[in-house]
Design a protein around this ligand. Sequence first.
Ligand SMILES: *Cc1c(COP(=O)(O)O)cnc(C)c1O
Length: 397
Amino acid sequence: MIPRLKPWLGKKELRAAFSRSKGDDVRKFEKTFAREVGQKHAVAFPYGRTGLIFLLNALNLRGKEIICPAYTCVVVPHAITYSGNRPVFVDSQPSDFNMDLDRVPDAVNENTGAIIATSIFGYPVDLDKLNVIRKTYPHIHIIQDCAHSFSAEWKGTPVQKHGVAAVYGLNISKLITSIFGGMITTDDEALADTLRYQRSKCLKTPGPGKTIRRLLYLLAIYPTFSNWVYGFINRLERSGLLDLFVKYYDEGKIDMPSDYLEQMTNLEARVGLVQLKKYRQIIDRRRALASYYNQTLFGIKGLKLPPLVEGATYSHYVPMVEDRNRFLDFFLKQGVQLGWLIEYCIPHMSSYGQKQGGAYCIAAKMSESAINIPLFSGIGNASIERIVDLFKQGKAL
Ligand SMILES: *Cc1c(COP(=O)(O)O)cnc(C)c1O
């Protein structure tokens, strides 16, 4: 069974998890993370969404409208809502899944507090257009959502530095993982200080209970992703075993995980430190795989391939198809689990649908037709050939 995603965890992460805490592992993770993404400060949180809530509050935003993509992870508007602000959604552009920056000025008004620019699936946000927006509205904060990109580059420039701060997610479905966890990076020292202060005031220090929970979760990942365990359990239901690990929202509810105010554990930070060392290698592999898929899957009828963009990090490889369920079913029967992210258009979800009208037809279309072909770093060549072959046979169509 080939799963739709698989974190690249090895012996070193296990060893790091079991090694003794020096007490300042989170601090060390922050420092190394900041260096890796080329920013002065990194501040760790239990989840990316927790970091976003704290960031919006540290920027003194309350009762404001925060512009974000209609096609992004639903935890983003949840965090906006939890921070006491209101999300305002902007449709995607057809070329690369990202928010259509040409439509942002229409969404801006005197109550706009921030714009969340997301490099969705690792496609770098268009910094030329974004910088025009920054100049036009200098009082509006730009926040980079780098959960899918970490260090995606627009024409050679890393996106994370083009804004007041950047937010990252670190759960096992992300490019690198610290089991759970999130990070905010910024070059603004005063902002970093405020974030640290608020964090020390409002977040609970994680106790041994949380550390043990995280350790057990990590230990469960290893056997779960072994071929036969994954295959066996996946056959029981389509959503599969993976959802036990990575299900992150409840349709119709705006909520947070119960431990979203309990700080990242040192254990998670130690795992994250090992993963950071692999980051470049992971991105190289993803770029090579995306390029290979684009070459070999080119011209297959009914399969609209995603763009290849220089500097993209390909957190997902996302072709679009007309009848997604047929693809998912066919491949599952053949022992390949395709993904279906992102499968919602947020303003159309019941939890947000009442709040505004307007058209989000491009995001809606993407949410109905996106599939994810397995692209994780540890995937073997035989698996890739098998996937390509299945597409070429055309039986899913
Ligand atoms: C994962 C993700 C986040 C942060 O997620 P957490 O689960 O809260 O760490 C933020 N934005 C996007 C686009 C994401 O995919």
